[in-house]
Ligand binder design. Sequence first.
Ligand SMILES: [Fe+2]
Ligand SMILES: [Fe+2]
Length: 321
Amino acid sequence: MKKPLIDLASGPQRFTLGNWNTRASVRTSEQCYSLPSDIEKQLETRHWFPPAFLPYLNHPVIKSADRALSHRLSANHLVYFLDYTTLLEHRIVNRSVEIIAHNELGISIPRTMKTSALQLYTDEGYHALFSNSLAEQIAELYGMTDRPVMPQRIVQLNALLSHTPDKHKALAWFMIGFVSETIIAKELLAVCRDVLVSSVQAMLRDHLADEARHSRYFSEVFHYVWLHLNSDQRAFAARVVLETLLIFFEVDEQWLRESLNSVRLDETTIAQILFDLVGPHACLLRARSGADATLKALKKARFFDLPANRQLFSMAGLVDG
Ligand SMILES: [Fe+2]
Ligand SMILES: [Fe+2]
């Protein structure tokens, strides 16, 4: 008997990016992400980056200064964020996606999972392209010459990978991709809520639409991979997931200090700003509120059924004991 083209009995297909051909930004967007010609007018009411993400803009010294100072700090932050995104997509997430597409974990990869990995790889290449394009335009507008910087987060992820034994290398890459891809959608959703410069807003919206699909996909793939790991691999994976989560919620202190210095803030103001943002407690609070999609995926895969994992995450303060 001939096999049906679509097996309706198996229900919705797993491991897909849901109508990628008609939904993905790289296939559908007509944007070219150019800065608007009325940029000065837009900046009377709009922002480069959501102020809610930059709590230091509320510092009395910055609040009482000319609005141009806040715009410059926000532009610094946006360019840093876009340059970071470009690196993250190419050097971290897509390396992680290669692990799935080329079956480097040594477990059987379903055909839909592989196809979606190749689509996701394409998405991330496009995200890197439009992030870099906007970063270049904003840097040119402000005459920024000190970019791109190497973000602390990328340095720390690379250090984690370089300390990983060869036998677990592919697994570490996959887990870092899983954490990154389940965090970014919420981050972008929050970023998109504010009224931003039009092309920045359009770019972030396109990125968010793709990342919502990526987050679902990586959660499903994590579940599948987790079921195929032995106990040694699971113990290793749990530690990498935790370490990666904490890395993702640290503030890049060195870069922030340089950004604040670039607008000639005094040393006392800079120290006050950094004191509130840097440190393990502040990092943990951000992780607890920002990592819910990752934690949800872990729960769904019954990751916390292992008492050692529950203990590891509750000792780190990420879940209640
Ligand atoms: Fe992306
Ligand atoms: Fe993604």
